[in-house]
Design a protein around this ligand. Structure first.
Ligand code: ADE
Length: 372
């Protein structure tokens, strides 16, 4: 007998070893909020080994403690996180506070990602974007890239990147930074040496977009290998950590709501229509291969630097009909040919014809290796 997704999650064990004492957790500002849950920044004392060590973490909780559906959804996500184990490209579980669960309170402690979600980050960094692609959709040669890097100096504080030419930099009040372009470094495109204690956030380049796409495919391949369906893969649910590392977040929570007929009746506002595969839209079928479709939309978001998919179209029946009739978005301006091809493959009507996350990962790896 085939169990439903909810029944399978229900059967997942709760592992007591994750329990963390609430009194060693100092809650801070709100990082985000959805209809059901919210996430706050917090300081946790001794969450990873040593008792003295204070670590910044993110704590997921329900918004209203009387909302049973919200609590159930968070319990599901907690159990999925326990089942998952840890992976660099997934927002990992650090602990749980379940002692007050009878009062509707549950804290799920996860890794804090300093630079927030990818969608906001892309929009905020549109201005300083450095295109490393030629007019034919291929990556520029190594020589040309070097020229670009020697022309541009990058300086800035905090989360905001400013790119300047050498002369503008001299005049600026920001201290200059020297950077070294290192094609061997897999994580970030260039290193930098700081002249002061200010934090430098470099400009976003085509290479970053490709690196993020690769890392997300890795995280999703890991999820798929653990039989976990994300159900809401989108740039808003990808978080940026230090060293150019991106992490897939917010799985489990979303899925439960979409399958719950109660929420469907409350209008389509809760459904991420623009990210949903054709079979999810028409038959409410979700699978790792429907996650692949969403990944294609996410690629589109990344390479359009945070635009909303299907620009100018509203999410009425019109969009669903158009997709059914074979309409697909064009390759965004900043996407290379290889990325454009992957995107189109992710949107094949037949889920079986779409590449797997493993294959996508390999395709992007090839792309990286042949363009550095
Ligand atoms: N917003 C939502 N979740 C977050 C996290 N884990 N880190 C930083 N910002 C977040």
């Amino acid at each position: 007998q085939q169990l439903s997704m909810e029944e399978q999650i229900e059967l997942l064990p709760y592992d007591k070893r994750w329990e963390f004492p609430k009194n060693r957790l100092a809650l801070g500002i709100q990082l985000g909020a959805g209809c059901f849950g919210r996430v706050v920044k917090a300081e946790a004392v001794g969450i990873e080994g040593s008792d003295e060590h204070v670590k910044t973490v993110a704590v997921k909780m329900v918004r209203t403690e009387t909302n049973v559906a919200a609590l159930e959804a968070l319990v599901s996500e907690m159990k999925i996180l326990m089942h998952l184990g840890s992976h660099l490209n997934v927002v990992n579980l650090l602990g749980t506070c379940t002692k007050q669960i009878n009062k509707g309170e549950l804290f799920v402690i996860v890794e804090y990602c300093r630079f927030g979600n990818l969608q906001t980050y892309l929009i905020n960094h549109r201005h300083g974007f450095i295109n490393l692609m030629d007019e034919f959709g291929n990556m520029k040669s190594d020589d040309e890239m070097h020229k670009i890097f020697s022309l541009i100096n990058c300086s800035g504080y905090g989360d905001v990147a400013v790119t300047r030419t050498s002369s503008a930099l001299e005049k600026s009040k920001f201290p200059p930074f020297e950077f070294i372009y290192d094609p061997q470094e897999p994580k970030s495109f260039w290193h930098y040496q700081e002249d002061s204690d200010a934090t430098l956030i470099r400009s976003v380049t085509t290479r970053d977009l490709i690196s993020w796409s690769f890392q997300i495919a890795r995280g999703m391949d890991y999820l798929a290998s653990k039989k976990v369906i994300h159900g809401d893969l989108a740039a808003r649910n990808v978080l940026l950590a230090d060293d150019g590392v991106v992490k897939v977040a917010d799985f489990g929570m979303a899925r439960k709501m979409y399958l719950d007929s109660n929420y469907e009746k409350k209008g389509q506002g809760l459904m991420p229509i623009r990210w949903m595969a054709i079979e999810s839209l028409t038959d409410r079928i979700f699978s790792s291969q429907s996650d692949v479709w969403s990944y294609g939309i996410l690629l589109w978001e990344i390479f359009s630097l945070g635009k909303v998919p299907y620009p100018g179209m509203d999410v009425s029946h019109q969009l669903v009909k158009e997709i059914q009739n074979g309409y697909r978005m064009e390759k965004p301006e900043n996407a290379t040919n290889t990325i454009g091809k992957i995107m189109v493959d992710c949107w094949k009507s037949d889920p079986k014809e779409r590449p797997t996350f493993r294959q996508i990962q390999e395709m992007i790896q090839d792309h990286i290796e042949t363009s550095v």
